[in-house]
Design a protein around this ligand. Structure first.
Ligand SMILES: [Zn+2]
Length: 192
């Protein structure tokens, strides 16, 4: 932190020097426009640093006072704690999409295939659960593929296409594409 403070002071000193130099140098209007743009950029840069500092003050104040917020901050503290809880729920949901969970001890992501948290060693309560779920999902996918295949076979015989044409097609056709093809075939039929 001490280092950052020095960096910031040096930065500020350099900026002030630059602005002073510019003010002396700029006589004509075109140079003034350039100088104006530069000064504006510096103001923006200072504002950004200020926002970061405010943010730091705010989050530290929250952490230090969350058990007993001053009355005038109670509403904001409540909003902050609601958001923190919501973020936790969303993180768990996100981890769930990757067959993982959030360690309740340290907040790390733990894959459902890991018995313990890789960061802190806490027991993974979701261990083993993923296997049954993954197997069920795979079975569902297989059933859907088989249904699709059966549907394609049915269409093929309905259209009485020459046998060899479809059998040599290596690329599997998705049901959407098949549907689109079927629709356009129907449109052509009505047009004739
Ligand atoms: Zn952990």
């Amino acid at each position: 932190m001490e280092e950052n403070k020095m960096d910031f002071r040096d930065q500020f000193r350099k900026m002030s020097d630059d602005v002073g130099k510019m003010a002396r140098e700029v006589a004509d209007t075109s140079k003034k426009a350039t100088a104006r743009a530069r000064v504006r950029r510096m103001i923006n840069s200072c504002n950004e640093s200020l926002q970061t500092i405010y943010q730091e003050i705010g989050s530290r104040y929250y952490v230090e006072n969350q058990c007993q917020p001053e009355e005038q901050y109670e509403g904001l503290f409540q909003q902050a704690s609601d958001l923190i809880a919501q973020i936790d729920v969303l993180k768990s949901e996100l981890a769930g999409l990757d067959n993982a969970s959030i360690c309740p001890e340290c907040g790390s992501k733990v894959n459902d295939g890991q018995k313990f948290c890789p960061e802190c060693g806490h027991k993974n309560e979701s261990y083993g659960k993923w296997k049954a779920e993954a197997e069920a999902a795979e079975a569902a996918r297989r059933a859907a593929r088989e249904a699709e295949q059966a549907e394609r076979e049915a269409r093929k015989s309905a259209q009485a296409a020459p046998a060899g044409v479809y059998e040599t097609t290596a690329e599997p056709v998705s049901s959407e594409e098949t549907d689109a093809a079927a629709e356009s075939a129907e449109t052509e039929d009505t047009a004739q």
